[in-house]
Design a protein. Sequence first.
Lengths: 733, 174
Amino acid sequence: MHRAIALLLVLVAPLEAAAQQGVVRGTVRNPQGAPIRGAMVGIAGSTLYAQTDPAGRYRLAPVPAGEARVRAAAIGYRPVTTVVTLSPGDSVTADFTLDPSPLELTPLDVVSTKVPQFGDHPTTSVAQVSLEEIDRRAVNTIDEAVDKEAGVQFLNGQINIRGSTGYVQGLNSRVLMLVDGVPMNQGDRGGINWDLVPVDQIERVDILKGAGSSLYGSAALGGVVNVTTRDVPVGIHERLRLTGGVYADPPHAIWEFRNEPGFQGGGDGTLSYGTETAGASISGGARHSDGYREHDTQTHWQAAAKGRWQASTKTRVDVSGAWADDHYDVPLSWCKQGQCVDLGQAYQPFKTDTGGRTSWTDSRKGYLTAHVRTVVSDRLAWQARASWFRTDFFDQRRDTSEFGISNRVGAEFRVEVHPDSTRTVLVGTEATFSDVTSDVFGNHSQSEFSAYGEVEQPVSHTTGGARLNAGARIDFLAVDGGSLSAVVSPRLGASLPVGSHGGSVRASVGRGFRAPSMAERFVDLVASEFGLRVIPNPALRPETAWSFELGARSAPFLTFLRVDGALFWTEARDLIEPTLLVATGGPVIQLQNFAEARLTGVDATLLAAPVRRLSTSLSYTYLSTERRVPGSPNAPLAYRPAHQLKLSADYALGPADVGADFRFAGRPERIELEEFVDPHRVPMNVLDLRAQWTRGPVELRLIVANALNYVYNLVPQTLAPVRTTTLTAVWSH
Amino acid sequence: MLRTPVRPLLVLLVSTALIAACDKGLQPEPICASDLIGVCGTIRFRGTVPDSTDNVFVAAYAAFPQTCNELITNRQPFIPGSVSYTDSVSPYGVTLPPRTYAWVLAVWKKVGTLTLTPADTALLRVAGYYRNPADTTQPGSVIVPNGGAAANINFRVEFDSLRPATDFVSCTAQ
C-alpha cells in the first residue's frame, strides 16, 4: 500500500514541478561535420527520447531542471553520453559528434521492449537495418534489406527468423510486422505485404529474434520486424529516385525463353515541409518489371503521406498512411516436362506451364494510422494509437478466379512509467478486429482483446549492472462473435554487462503464439498445383511455442574484431500444417494442428574492421529441427536449411563505396507434400556486388544482384531471381 | 604487409567464395536424367488431336487394376503430370518408386477437373500403352531398378482410337 502511494506521489510530483523544466536541443554529427539522421537521443531511464532529422537536429522536452545525462546513439557509430545542467525554464544546447564504429552492435533497442533502450544490452537478440544500409543496397522492398541479416531467410516472400515460419503458399507468418509499432500482418491471411511501405519512406528496420508475444501478441511467435518510417524534417525537402536495370539471360541456351533482354525500372519522389510545430510529407512512385522468367511482368504503384503536429510541449500527434497497387502475372510453378515446349528437358525453370499463361493477380493494400504521445513528465508518458489496414486481391487462374477483401482495425493505449532512473514499467491494452469477404475464405470476422505489462529494473545494486525484465500479456480471441479463448504469453529476460567495453551476456525465455488466420480456418478451394481440394477447419487452435535464448556479446578484441552469438531453443506445439486426408470423395488437403516441433541452434556474428575503411561481417546460423507427429517417425521440419552463412564487406573510397554480400543456405532436407511436387532443389549461393558514388545532392548506386547468375529455387518449382544489374540515381535537397 | 590476424579472415572469405564457385545450382536435365528413378522414353502421336483435349499423361500400375477404384487409387504417380502432344514425337520421364510395373500407359484427359474418384473415368481414356516386345498384343512389364530408371519405354498414342477404361477394367462405365 505504501509503495502504491509512493508511486502515485512520484507520478503526480512532476505535474506540480512543470515550471521546473526546460528543453535540451542540439545536433548529432560525424567527425567530418556531416549530420547523422535517424540517431536516437535521449535520457536513459526516462520518457525523453527523440530521433534526429536530416539536419541531425533533435529536441527533448520537458527535461527536469538540474543535471541530466543525455545519450546519443546511431547504428554504425559509438554512442556518446554527456551531462548537461539545466535551469528552470531554460533551453540548453548539447551537440554530439559520434565516431564511426563498424564494431558497434545494436547501440539502441526499440523493438524488444516497446520503449527505446540505451543500455546496449537487450535480453533477446535484436538486429537493425539502418537507413544507410537500405540506401547502399538500393532495395525496392523491405524484405530485400532484411534478408541480409543473420538468422533471417526469405522463402518466396515468407520470412523465417531462426527457422520459424517455413513455407506455405500464400498463407500466414509466424513473424509479426509492425509499421511504426502498428501490427500490419494481413487481416485475412496473416501474411506480410513487404511492398506495403515505400522503401523511400523507411528510416530503419529493427528485428527481434525470438518470441515477442508478451508485448505484441499473435504472430510474434518467431520474431518481430518493426519498420520505422522517416520523420518529417524541418524545412522543405525533396527527394527523387530513378532506377533502371536489366535481367541476365539464362546461363544455358536450352533454357532461353525470350529474344530480348528483360528490363525493370521505376521512379519515386517525396516532397515534405515542416516547422518545429508541424510538418507533412507526400510521396508517390511506380515501377515496372518484365520479370526474369516467362509470364512474370509486374507493375507497382505506390503513394504515402505522413504528418506530425506538436500540439503542445508535451503532446505530439502523428498520422500516416500508404497505399500500394500491384498487378502481376502469376508464375506459380515452372514448366515440367510436357507443360510447355520443353526441348527434351525434364523441367524448364525459366518457363511456365502453357495453361497458366492467362493467370494474373491484382493486389491492393493500404493503411492509415494515428498516434498520440504525451510526455506528462520525464517519469510518465502515455500513447494511444488507432489503425486501419485493408487488403484486396483478385487472382485470375486458368479456369477460375478468387478474390478476398479484408480489413484490420486496431487500437492500443499504453502507459510508460519510470519510477526512478533505473526502472521502467509499461502497461497497455490493445484491441483488433479483422474481417474478410472472399469466395475462397467466406465472410468471417475475428476479434482480439489483450492487456499486457512489463517491468525492467536492476537485479540489485550489487550485481554489476545486471538487469531483469519480466512481462506478460493475455489475449482473448473470438471468431465470428463466438466464445472467447484466452492465451497467456509471459516473458522473462536478464542481461549482465561484462567488463567496461560493451561485453555482455543475456538470457531470456518467453512464450509466443499465433492465432490461426481466417484464411487457414475457412479456406475452401482446389489447389491448382496439386489438383486437390483444400477444405476448411474452423476448429484450428493457436500455435504456441516456448523460446529460450542464451547469448553473449564480446567487447572489441584484437583491436578489430567483435563477436555476438546466441544459443536458441524453441519448443513449439500445435503447429498448423497442410495435411493430406483420405475422405469419402477422394483425397483432400486440410490445415491441421498437426505437429509438435523442436528447433535448436546457434547463430553467431563476427564483425571485423581489419584495415582502415574496410568493414566486414560474417554470420553463421546452424539450425536443427525435429518434427514430432504421433504415429510417425520424427523428421526435420520442412523448408529449414541446417546451415546459413552470410558475408558482407564494404570499403570506403572517399566519395565512393564498394561492397559485396554473399549468402549461403544449405539444401533443405525436407519439403512438405514432397510426393506432389518437383523434387529439384539445391543450396543457395548468392553473391551481390555494389558500388556507390556521392557528389553533393546526387548519389549513384550500381548493384549487381546474384552476380554469379546462380540458378536456384527455395520453394518447389519457383525460380529465385537471376543476375540483375541495376543503376539507381538519387537526388535529395 | 598485412597484420597476422587479418590472414585467417582473408583465407575464410576466399575459401567461402571458392566453395560457392564449386556449386553450379540447377542444371539442364534431359528427360532420361541420370538421377531419374522411374521410367522414360518417347511417345509417338498419331491421328487428330480431339478439340476437347486437356492433356496427355503417363501412368503406371504395379498390378493390372481390377476395378474402377483401383484404376484411380493405384495409379502412379497419383497426381498426373502431362506430356507435350503438339509434336509427332515427345520425350517423357516419370518418377516412380523402384518395383515392377505391369501396365505403363498414356492417358488422354478431356477438359474438366479431376476429382480423384472413379467418376474421373468419364474424363479419361487409354491412349496407348507399352507393349510386350515378345507379344505386342499384350502390355509389357517394366522394372524400375533401385536407384535408376527404366529407359526406352517407348509407345504410341492413337488419338483416333482412344479407348474407355472399361475396355480394360471391369467396372461400371461413368
